[in-house]
Ligand binder design. Structure first.
Ligand SMILES: Nc1ncnc2c1ncn2[C@@H]1O[C@H](COP(=O)(O)OP(=O)(O)OP(=O)(O)O)[C@@H](O)[C@H]1O
Ligand SMILES: CC(=O)N[C@H]1[C@@H]2OC[C@@H](O2)[C@@H](O)[C@@H]1O[C@H](C)C(=O)O
Length: 392
């Protein structure tokens, strides 16, 4: 066993697949990257990226698992293996796309699908069995990172800040990396800062509420507001927007903090939609105001918890929300810093989280502690991850 791992770790350049399936439940993101070195010497050569979309019925099944009223233990048990197989397929698909033989892959690193997250109780569940990924692909497979941080008192999230620190620190600029997936999260990197200076937390909803309202408005025909077009056809109701901010209890919590579908539920979105209707707003005004809510939460959280102690020169946005023109426009309006897509740094925004998990897996294999206690609240640095060896 030690030999198998040693052989991989000793390679100067490793070929890795990163797998990520996030809170927006759009599908399984898979990237292939070459990774040179480890720790602060990590270098990435991006090769390819695909999303293996969830079917409508898969999405519905996973959504049910995320809700305590509809989840059942047999479904959790079954879907753990089912999704493991599908994640294995995503790995095969990205290899095919990149013209790479799966046998040449040194390791796969998978985040899994979060179905429940209880940060204050230090409990979280990501499904997508690593053993199934290993059996479908025949690859050494790493994953299930969050529990190790939680075992040391952490929130198990956010984890990408460690990778942000490794890959995006700047000597000259104070940077914020903002990811807009289902949930929004920021990493604050001080110019010329050390790992101890990294500050990060989830800001609140990114697309999770917008997606739900897009579904309601279009009777399920659209699962998201493509490019923010519907939102741009309405007007923001400023008074309601202010009410949304003051009524959201997550926004008042002090970091370290993380959130998810347990708080920003389908019911949360439906309630907002109904409230908008009672106020006499059109569907476009409602989605416009809810889109503004996402941008406003980020402004609110920066002002409340970041700007007093950190100089922010630049904000780099990644994740699906970077394609929402209305969010991007409002962020530039609301925040006094240069807001750009992370693509400006020659990085593929949609692939960022899957790349991050490939790098977290590389750190695990090297035996490097890969959490950031200032981000997760853990009481120490921890080597996060678990391993399944291929039976070949
Ligand atoms: N062209 C687009 N226009 C507007 N929104 C988009 C577009 N493409 C993707 N999105 C949004 O991005 C979401 C997916 O983003 P992403 O894949 O980054 O999230 P995730 O990784 O599932 O979530 P998280 O990072 O919270 O775990 C979709 O649900 C959709 O709302
Ligand atoms: C428990 C969980 O899956 N959290 C996700 C989610 O999606 C965004 C935000 O909430 C972040 O906390 C985290 O994911 C990213 C990848 C992270 O750990 O950095």
């Amino acid at each position: 066993m030690i030999d198998t791992i040693k052989k991989v770790v000793e390679k100067p350049i490793k070929l890795a697949i990163g797998l990520m399936s996030g809170t927006s439940l759009d599908g399984i993101d898979a990237c292939v990257v070459e990774i040179k070195g480890s720790g602060k010497n990590t270098e990435i050569n991006f090769m390819d990226f695909i999303t293996l979309e969830y079917t409508k019925s898969e999405k519905e099944r996973i959504l049910k698992l995320c809700n305590i009223n509809t989840s059942t233990v047999d479904e959790i048990c079954y879907m753990n293996n089912y999704l493991g197989n599908k994640m294995g397929e995503a790995a095969l698909k990205v290899c095919k796309e990149a013209n790479i033989n799966i046998k040449d892959i040194d390791f796969i690193s998978s985040h899994g699908q979060t179905i429940y997250h209880m940060p204050n109780l230090h409990s979280t569940l990501q499904i997508g069995e690593l053993a199934n990924i290993a059996s479908v692909t025949g690859c050494l497979t790493v994953g299930d990172f969050r529990p190790s941080d939680m075992a040391y008192g952490g929130q198990g999230a956010p984890l990408v800040p460690y990778i942000d620190y490794l890959l995006f620190s700047s000597e000259k600029k104070g940077r914020v990396l903002l990811n807009l997936g289902g949930i929004g999260n920021i990493t604050v990197l001080k110019s010329g800062g050390e790992e101890e200076d990294v500050y990060a937390f989830d800001t609140g909803p990114a697309n999770v509420l917008i997606d739900e309202v897009a579904r309601i408005i279009t009777d399920g025909k659209m699962t998201f507001d493509a490019d923010g077009k519907m939102a741009s056809m309405g007007n923001i109701n400023e008074q309601w927007l202010e009410e949304m901010i003051t009524q959201d209890s997550y926004l008042c919590k002090n970091p370290p903090k993380s959130t998810g579908r347990e708080y920003y539920t389908t019911e949360f979105a439906k309630k907002l939609y109904d409230e908008g209707k009672v106020k006499g707003l059109s569907s476009f005004d409602i989605i416009s105001t809810i889109t503004a809510f996402t941008a406003k939460t980020i402004q609110n959280q920066l002002e409340k918890f970041v700007l007093e102690n950190h100089k922010v020169d630049e904000i780099y946005v990644s994740g699906g929300g970077a394609h929402n023109q209305m969010i991007m426009k409002l962020l530039s309006e609301y925040i006094d810093a240069e807001v750009s897509c992370i693509d400006k740094l020659d990085f593929i925004g949609d692939a960022k989280e899957s790349i991050a998990f490939a790098v977290l897996g590389n750190e695990f294999l090297h035996g490097n502690a890969n959490n950031i206690p200032t981000a997760t609240g853990a009481n120490r640095k921890v080597i996060m991850g678990k391993l399944v060896l291929p039976s070949v």
